[in-house]
Write a protein that binds this ligand. Structure first.
Ligand SMILES: Cc1ncc(COP(=O)(O)O)c(C=O)c1O
Length: 394
């Protein structure tokens, strides 16, 4: 690997351009190509016996996927990382590797909804109970620990309602009680939130979002704080037979090269759009922790190195027809259940009576907005027309 890839004295923009590169593996080319292959051949029995398990068969990874794993582990300061076929599979693998029947999980109430379904169905069937806690619990998590609590799961900010969690306080309390802390760090990425430095044990990302960055591949990763944790989760990952395509790993590596630059622009554009939204009469509030005065801003300022481009806008009560009139006519903001790509997206967020705590009141209309890399003035013009359609429809 290039000698600058591990140099922590270098700025992050420099590190993302070099990390995971290896001139030998790429035959002198800048990029490691997608290495395709299932079968690894051996000429001699001694060689076959010596081959460590994870290099002896294609399912355990390719030079391309290993380069991306090494790059992501280095960027976040973890012992090692393992790729999974999607962000959701990274979450479910990390959870399953951390619990056994009879255990109890403390799950943040603002969690990405499919994780809630996983706890309420799969974990429940395995006799693992879940308690949902309010995201702002902080050190108060200690009082919610049960003797059988083995996992405290966090997501900060929550990807629907954007509550920022006090991760250092949660980690201290969870570790004091002998539990492991898992975090969905997709919004912040390794660049904007140093999860492992803050005490998180397994930092989980949907790479589908900002790392791939171009809405053309699904990929996840679990980054482990220590080698022991890595080996434990990796054994489980291997037992499940998880593997990723070398083409997708290649796209992840390619996306990484421009991640720092893209995130900076996403933040700049999102701030311009969010500030404009806040001044509009149809808007009750904007949930974007990077905005001074927004919920979670102080914690965000304390712990994060920047913001990505995803936030929510809460509109004053409006009819379904009015919201449809707004969203159906958008020119640039298309509707899509993802984010992190170069393009702007919008999608309605459900308030949800299932939540134990929510910033949304009954009747609130909440839209999740991903601000892409377009010119923010064009995005504002699109939103202005949308809000005019909303206001003109009963
Ligand atoms: C916060 C968060 N975590 C995880 C995921 C799951 O990622 P993937 O779509 O790669 O499975 C998503 C997807 O939208 C997400 O928003």
């Amino acid at each position: 690997m290039s000698d600058v890839s591990t140099a922590v004295d270098l700025h992050v923009e420099t590190r993302v351009t070099h990390v995971g590169r290896d001139a030998k593996l790429s035959n002198g080319l800048v990029n490691i190509p997608p290495y395709r292959g299932s079968t690894v051949l051996f000429d001699e029995v001694a060689e076959l016996k010596k081959a460590s398990g994870h290099r002896a068969y294609g399912r355990w990874g390719s030079p391309t996927s290993r380069a991306l794993e090494a790059a992501l582990a280095q960027l976040e300061g973890g012992a090692n990382a393992m790729l999974t076929p999607s962000g959701l599979s990274a979450i479910t693998t990390a959870l399953l590797a951390s619990v056994k029947p009879g255990d109890h999980v403390l799950m943040v109430d603002s969690v990405y909804p499919p994780v809630r379904s996983f706890c309420d169905t799969v974990l429940k069937r395995l006799d693992i109970s879940t308690t949902y806690y309010p995201p702002q619990v902080g050190a108060g998590i200690g009082a919610l620990m049960q003797p059988n609590t083995t996992v405290v799961y966090t997501e900060s900010p929550g990807s629907g309602t954007f509550e920022v969690q006090d991760i250092p306080a949660i980690c201290a309390a969870a570790h004091a009680a002998g539990a492991r802390v898992l975090m969905d760090n997709t919004w912040g990425t390794a660049l904007l939130f140093p999860a492992l430095q803050h005490g998180v044990d397994l930092s989980i990302h949907s790479l589908t979002k900002y790392v791939v960055g171009h809405s053309d591949a699904l990929l996840g990763v679990i980054v482990a704080r220590t080698r022991e944790l890595y080996l434990e989760v990796r054994a489980f990952h291997g037992a499940l037979g998880l593997t990723v395509s070398p083409d997708d790993a290649f796209l992840g590596l390619r996306g990484l090269r421009t991640l720092a630059l893209r995130l900076r622009q996403h933040q700049e554009n999102a701030t311009t759009v969010a500030q404009w939204l806040l001044e509009q009469p149809q808007v009750r509030t904007v949930l974007y922790p990077a905005l001074p005065g927004a919920p979670g801003h102080e914690l965000w300022k304390r712990d994060f190195n920047g913001a990505s481009g995803l936030f929510a806008v809460v509109l004053r009560p409006a009819s379904e027809a009015a919201v449809s009139a707004m969203l159906d006519g958008m020119r640039l903001f298309k509707m899509g259940f993802s984010w992190g790509g170069f393009e702007s997206l919008v999608v309605p967020v459900k308030g949800g009576s299932h939540r134990v705590s929510s910033p949304l009141a009954a009747g609130d209309v909440c839209l999740r907005i991903h601000v892409g890399l377009e010119n923010p003035q064009d995005l504002i013009a699109d939103l202005r027309s949308g809000l005019q359609r909303l206001a003109a429809t009963a």
